[in-house]
Ligand binder design. Structure first.
Ligand SMILES: [Zn+2]
Length: 471
């Protein structure tokens, strides 16, 4: 317990130490990760053949991706007892929820909203890192021994609002919260689908709520309506997994009068960032993970410019190495130093994942329509509570709008805003958009995440034409 607390407090100091210190830490950890991968993983031994370990530079290493790691899973992992078939069998049995695989590993899988799900194997110390980061770097209060003692005397009450129990990364994280962290923060898990959620929260009086952005937004509406009463004890709100839109942030912060910490993470690296305590976005936990924003050809993109992909190197996970592992996020890094005191790089904006895009026909090739086109239009409409765009045919999209109860709706203005965005992005005449007002939009029952972009036609079947379109 003492060791955990001292380590956590030390982790609070590292982000203040400046880039040179962190770079040398990254280099040291990268070398030992790559050395271990080459020693114990047949897949990485072959992949990194000819790479000089003593003069290793991150960009010498070829990127990796989900399809590659899943296809070669058994030779990718560094513990030979781990087998893809065995792990899949383990997660297929609901009785194994909350149990450790082989008595030691924490298993989860990504939602598959970006195609095939990725199996993730973690060690308990990865969750120790995650909760230590949250308690120190992601703490809105003062961090230090005095605060630690206060919390030991009177632990925070955290409400984690999840989609029941499962092997999804968020659920598995809270199921495996380290016991040391539970001395500081009492955790209660709630199901986001529970019709009694608001009453249950009123009864529990959480001081911290962590939930998907769409759930926090609906709680804000419940509070506005006077049904949810959490003030003045509520001290912290944490948004996970989903993209937090500017509109949602304004609505949540305006209602509860406190900041939303917006963590950007992935199942492959749950401790990727910690939401900034002051500015926009989230700081990369750069002592334990390297995040690169790159273009289509894996070349670095300058800060302030959106990239096409993100590469993640998880320096802590030595069981299932994620080294320059590709995720299809459109990220923009912040240009300036952040006023919050955290000197780690800051992800300023996430425009959405590859799943949040439609491919449409444009002459001989295809073009990608990203969710910004719709979100820009609907974030100007205050009467809209939530929106969803469904690609019903290649060049046809049905937009569904859920209105705030009692709000009046102007179809003419909606059409005008959509057409303005379409022409601004050069889709005028290419994409047919039909708008429908529906009583309620609900999260995907399988993943618990709200999906704003749903394609019924999928990716184009001719990848060569897509590649040509990307250029
Ligand atoms: Zn900051």
């Amino acid at each position: 317990m003492l060791a955990f607390s001292v380590r956590a407090l030390a982790l609070a100091v590292v982000p203040k130490l400046g880039p040179r210190f962190v770079q040398s830490l990254q280099q040291k950890r990268l070398k030992s990760l790559v050395r271990l991968a080459v020693e114990r993983s047949p897949h990485f031994r072959k992949k990194y053949q000819g790479i000089e370990l003593s003069r290793l530079s991150l960009t010498d290493l070829p990127p990796s991706n989900k399809a590659e790691l899943m296809a070669n899973f058994d030779s990718v992992v560094t513990d030979r007892r781990l087998k893809r078939a065995g792990i899949e069998q383990f997660i297929d049995n609901p009785e194994n929820e909350g149990l450790r695989y082989l008595g030691q590993y924490i298993i989860s899988h990504t939602s598959g909203s970006q195609g095939q799900p990725m199996l993730v194997v973690q060690q308990p110390r990865h969750l120790e890192l995650l909760f230590s980061f949250q308690m120190t770097r992601g703490n809105l209060g003062k961090v230090g021994p005095a605060e630690a003692i206060r919390r030991l005397r009177q632990p925070e009450r955290m409400a984690a609002i999840l989609l029941g129990k499962d092997f999804f990364p968020t659920a598995s994280t809270f199921q495996n919260m380290p016991v040391q962290a539970q001395r500081y923060v009492k955790l209660r898990r709630f199901a986001q689908t529970d019709p009694r959620l608001v009453d249950a929260l009123n009864e529990y009086r959480p001081t911290i709520i962590t939930a998907y952005a769409s759930v926090l937004e609906s709680l804000a509406l419940e509070a506005q309506a006077g049904r949810l009463k959490l003030e003045p004890e509520l001290r912290q709100l944490v948004s996970n997994s989903e993209v937090l839109t500017d509109r949602a942030r304004a609505r949540i912060e305006g209602t509860f009068g406190i900041r939303v910490l917006n963590n950007y993470a992935t199942g492959e690296c749950t401790f990727l960032t910690t939401g900034c305590r002051q500015g926009r976005g989230a700081h990369v936990n750069a002592d334990w993970v390297i995040l690169e924003v790159v273009d289509e050809k894996y070349q670095p993109v300058p800060n302030g410019t959106p990239g096409r992909k993100v590469l993640i190197t998880n320096l802590a996970n030595t069981v299932l190495p994620f080294i320059r592992y590709e995720i299809g996020d459109v990220a923009t890094m912040g240009v300036e130093n952040c006023g919050c005191g955290n000197r780690f790089p800051r992800v300023e904006h996430i425009a959405g994942r590859d799943a949040d895009a439609f491919w449409i026909n444009d002459g001989p090739g295809y073009r990608r329509v990203i969710s910004i086109v719709f979100s820009h239009a609907f974030e100007f409409l205050r009467e809209v509570r939530e929106w969803q765009a469904i690609q019903t045919e290649r060049n046809r999209v049905e937009v569904r709008l859920e209105l705030i109860p009692g709000a009046s709706y102007d179809p003419e203005r909606t059409r005008h805003l959509i057409h303005r965005e379409l022409s601004e992005h050069g889709y005028q005449g290419l994409l047919e958009v039909e708008v429908k007002v529906v009583p309620r939009l609900l999260p995907d029952p399988k993943t618990g995440k709200f999906q704003r972009m749903i394609s019924r036609v999928g990716l184009p079947d001719d990848p060569a034409r897509v590649a040509a379109a990307i250029g």
